[in-house]
Design a protein around this ligand. Structure first.
Ligand SMILES: Nc1nc2c(c(=O)[nH]1)N[C@H]1C(S)=C(S)[C@@H](COP(=O)(O)O)O[C@H]1N2
Ligand SMILES: [Mo]
Length: 300
């Protein structure tokens, strides 16, 4: 059975099964019964309509290449992704320098069609190709006292024209609690629409956490650190009043400067009306239990 995450839709998202779904290459691995419980119900298996390649690769946030949406597409070709090395360190059995090929060797590549929701209240649907982060972490061996995973993006002033501006605390840093990192929805993406992921989307490898605001999905990763302390993140360091560590999509918790109750889908066409934001971006059934007992209003 193929991995399919395009369930749990609101009615407005439902479209006939698009033709391209027949062409896609989906390789299924072992399924997590708990997470996929709802898929057993065929009535729930509805298709999400992905955004076009043009939308996904021309409307980006990647501040290392500039803060306008069109800057990454214009500038990210400067990033040299050849011989990319990822340092894995901290509370891990096999620390060291890994190539992307080392990290994914022997793992099952999958296509996951996920909603993607930026904290700025725009949204897309992206057909990612990649790997469960859990499989990568299993490979390097997480030590039992580790509680968080920290990630860092490359910092290359010669290739990244945006990093001379102090809009963020460089290098771009992000983090997840270990159980979030090990969740089967959390992936490391290396492709989109079956093609290698373009530089502006985070080549050669980036995180994708579909139930969190997009800024958690850090691009062009060069360091993965297992730690027992909540790691500092660039957005919360730069502006702790507006951005927190958890940053789960939540229609009931507004950004201090704008509402999160609704969102606008990029490429929505002539009548591009706003849609209601979904709790955990539509992945509530899969991830709500990670936050049992937490005050979700507080843990923005
Ligand atoms: N290194 C890095 N990663 C980043 C960003 C960034 O500026 N730098 N922007 C984040 C934000 S705010 C969003 S919404 C997503 C955008 O991903 P996309 O351009 O592939 O849609 O990337 C996230 N990852
Ligand atoms: Mo974002």
């Amino acid at each position: 059975m193929a991995h399919r995450w395009e369930n749990n839709l609101i009615q407005a998202d439902v479209t006939p099964e698009p033709l391209w779904l027949n062409r896609r290459k989906v390789i299924g691995g072992a399924l997590c019964a708990g997470v996929l419980g709802s898929i057993a119900n065929p009535a729930m298996a509805q298709a999400l309509e992905p955004n076009s390649w043009e939308d996904i690769t021309n409307y980006n946030n990647y501040y290392e290449f500039g803060t306008n949406k069109e800057d990454p597409a214009a500038n990210a070709h400067r990033l040299n992704t050849a011989d990319w090395v990822i340092e894995v360190n901290g509370m891990v059995e096999e620390p060291g320098l890994y190539s992307v090929a080392d990290l994914i060797e022997g793992l099952t590549e999958e296509e996951r069609i996920y909603r993607f929701r930026c904290v700025e209240a725009w949204a897309m649907v992206v057909p990612w190709n990649g790997f469960e982060l859990k499989d990568i972490l299993d490979k390097v061996g997480v030590q039992s006292d580790a509680k968080y995973v920290a990630f860092e993006t490359a910092l290359r002033p010669d290739e990244m024209p945006g990093v001379r501006y102090n809009v963020l605390d460089w290098p771009y840093r992000e983090g997840l609690r270990l159980d979030e990192a090990l969740h089967p929805l959390t992936m490391m993406a290396t492709g989109i629409y079956g093609k290698p992921i373009p530089n502006q989307n985070g080549a050669p490898i980036r995180l994708v956490v579909p139930w969190k605001y997009g800024f958690k999905s850090i691009k062009s990763i060069v360091r993965i650190t297992l730690t027992d302390k909540e790691p500092p993140t660039s957005w919360s360091t730069s502006n702790s009043r507006e951005y927190g560590f958890y940053s789960n999509v939540n229609p009931a918790v507004n950004h201090p400067r704008w509402s999160q109750a609704t969102e606008r889908k990029i490429g929505g066409g002539l009548f591009n009306r706003r849609h209601p934001t979904l709790m955990f971006n539509g992945y509530e059934n899969e991830v709500a239990n990670l936050y049992d007992g937490m005050n979700l209003k507080k843990f923005f």
